[in-house]
Design a protein around this ligand. Structure first.
Ligand SMILES: Nc1ncnc2c1ncn2[C@@H]1O[C@H](COP(=O)(O)OP(=O)(O)O)[C@@H](O)[C@H]1O
Ligand SMILES: [Mg+2]
Length: 270
């Protein structure tokens, strides 16, 4: 596959390694904004090539947790994290991590589609060029591959050089997913990626996510419990910064072990 040699996201390694089927092992993770603790010492193992859903009421720490995985909280002044997030025998929270390289391996897609005000083609090639891929034939190939994987190619192949802003919201969100795919990540973090979309676009994004887990490990925040139950393999229920219950999605939605989970999924609060 035509790709530049990947810069590793770290200079030194930990002596910890992932458990067999896991892509991430989170251990006793606490996240603070100033004095306020938003995530209260949670531990969870995230499986490779699976979809993990994070659910829970607004403000319970889902986005904070998700952003810690590719160090996006670094951009928030006063935010800090303690504990371990082990990824391929690296500790993501180590101050030796090269966060630019890390974010290529652990990509993120946000709630509101945020394409650059450039062409569809340039949206995908921008970061690749920055990372040193210059050959047109190679860029063309990655653009097509990424758009195909994001189930957008057929809709845009005849207008690759038109503005990304001319696309519908649902198409823009699939473009943002394609842009992430182009970086050849191993993990994709999705923060309510379809909540701003119409039902048809939402269905397309959901189908896409299920399809993508062949190649990637996906963690998705959703406030939509039907969505979590449709697309995820495991579900984590957060409440006030605590991880209340984490299990197979089917178990969480049919026979949860904790009363609070049952109350939440049956719509009694949140
Ligand atoms: N940038 C920030 N600065 C300070 N506090 C924040 C910031 N972002 C989130 N918080 C606080 O952290 C807690 C968890 O928020 P968040 O992770 O956004 O929850 P969720 O995504 O589950 O709605 C909330 O109390 C929220 O007010
Ligand atoms: Mg959030």
């Amino acid at each position: 596959m035509a790709t530049a040699t990947k810069e590793r996201p770290v200079e030194t390694k930990t002596d910890q390694t992932n458990q067999n089927q896991d892509i991430l092992n989170v251990k006793n993770l606490e996240i603070f904004y100033g004095e306020k603790r938003a995530v209260n010492g949670i531990s969870m193992d995230i499986e490779k090539n699976s979809v993990t859903a994070l659910i829970g009421p607004s403000g319970c720490g889902k986005s904070t947790f998700l952003r810690s995985i590719n160090r996006m909280n670094d951009l928030i002044s006063g935010a800090r994290a303690t504990g371990d997030i082990i990824y391929e025998n690296l500790n993501i929270l180590s101050d030796q991590i090269n966060v630019v390289a890390l974010r290529k391996e652990i990509g993120m897609v946000f709630q509101k589609p945020n394409p650059f005000p450039k062409s569809i083609y340039e949206n995908i090639t921008h970061a690749l060029k920055f990372a040193g891929t210059r050959k047109k034939s190679e860029l063309d190939k990655i653009v097509e591959e990424s758009l195909r994987k994001a189930a957008l190619w057929d809709e845009v192949k005849d207008r690759l050089h038109k503005s990304a802003l001319s696309l519908s919201g649902g198409q823009q969100q699939r473009l943002c997913i394609a842009r992430t795919i182009a970086m050849k990540p191993t993990v994709m973090l999705l923060d309510e990626p379809s909540s701003a979309l119409d039902p048809i676009s939402n269905a397309k994004v959901e189908d896409l996510i299920v399809d993508l887990k062949k190649d990637y490990s996906i963690i998705i925040v959703t406030h939509n419990m039907q969505q979590a139950s449709r697309i995820s393999d495991k579900t984590a229920f957060f409440l006030s910064g605590d991880l209340i219950e984490y299990d197979l999605t089917e178990k969480i939605f049919t026979n949860p072990s904790v009363k609070k989970t049952e109350e939440y999924i049956s719509g009694r609060f949140g």
